[in-house]
Design a protein around this ligand. Sequence first.
Ligand SMILES: [Zn+2]
Length: 150
Amino acid sequence: MSRAAADRLRARADAARVALLPLSVPSTANRCDARLDRAAIERFISILGIRHPVVVTWTPFPNDRRGDHLWQRGRYHRIRVAFDVPARQLAATLVHELVHAAQSEGYPSHREWRAAYDRETDLHGYGANRFERACREIAAQFSRDFRLAS
Ligand SMILES: [Zn+2]
């Protein structure tokens, strides 16, 4: 089998795994030695009522952004967390992005979710955007009880 064919096969297997796994988290610690607690994340996902698979990855961001969420083709959530986010900020970042994941499931695609989100920001500004307000409220409620990271 050629290397290209093997790569294609592996990519298909990876895609299938993503479709089957409810949660995928990076197994290694990030640059600040922060680690994600898979079981705690799973409990929080179920509390939020997220129905689709969630994939979490460490990502280098070019700015001081800590994380983001992508609603991938309305099939699974991809949450990217800055690979150098300090441990004390990691749980709050993850809670924030998981709330966005729950919110986005009310929309059939990332484009429609993003349009609703941007409309809120246009009308009320980032701080009063109702999606962001919900993130802050839930983070304030859960960040202490739920240690999603260590
Ligand atoms: Zn947000």
